[in-house]
Write a protein that binds this ligand. Sequence first.
Ligand SMILES: C[S@@+](CC[C@H](N)C(=O)[O-])C[C@H]1O[C@@H](n2cnc3c(N)ncnc32)[C@H](O)[C@@H]1O
Length: 230
Amino acid sequence: MSDSLNANREHFNKIAADYDKRHEKGVGQLEDEIKASAEEFIGLKQGGRVLDYACGTGLLSRAFASRASQSIGIDLAESMVEAYNAKAKSEGTFPDKKEAYLGNITLPGDPSPEAFSDPKFYNFDLAGVGAGFHHFDDTTLSAKRLSERLKAGGVLFILDFLPHAPEATGAYGVTHHGFTEDNVRKMFEDAGCGGEFAFKKLKEPIVFWAGEKGDRRMERSVFLARGAKL
Ligand SMILES: C[S@@+](CC[C@H](N)C(=O)[O-])C[C@H]1O[C@@H](n2cnc3c(N)ncnc32)[C@H](O)[C@@H]1O
């Protein structure tokens, strides 16, 4: 595992139990924004199947719950997967409507991980990543791996940050200090998901409380991007 993958796993395992409480306001704002954008901007069809990659506690799965027939989460941090599944169990949506699995489909040396070879991990109507791309080592490779999981015409969707000043956040597994619209369009095109590409910036920046103790104020301008698999 690369240093940044180890850092991600260690960091998110440590903060999983606290994640929703710590980010209650910011994550709540994002959830509302995605919910409001699900139909027209993102284009998730009613009854579609969703891959919530780097799912954490399940922000995208919650935001898409009223349109999706099923959401499958994948995350490399055990405690995040446990938190996702505990929530789904308490809502009564586990496992048919929501279930998360431990793993990583973005490793350069493992293009088709055995653990994700079952047909249920393919043919999604939407593959989405909430605030995960800035943690990935190779974002273009990650976009390609997500694209392979989509059916033709399926939607690749990401929510992430616009470029911001670099911070010493390597210990938390941050590998990219935001993305421009051109970066993201190219990533989508290289992944074969450039169809009807759309990008929007949220009006207000979002405040997150980062770091191991949740005491580092982090203000980020957020974008949503979507493109269809050609
Ligand atoms: C900032 S959190 C976002 C969680 C959730 N998507 C959300 O929007 O609240 C980033 C998540 O990405 C996961 N992660 C980072 N790199 C990953 C990778 N290569 N594969 C799978 N999960 C990854 C982390 O474990 C963590 O749960």
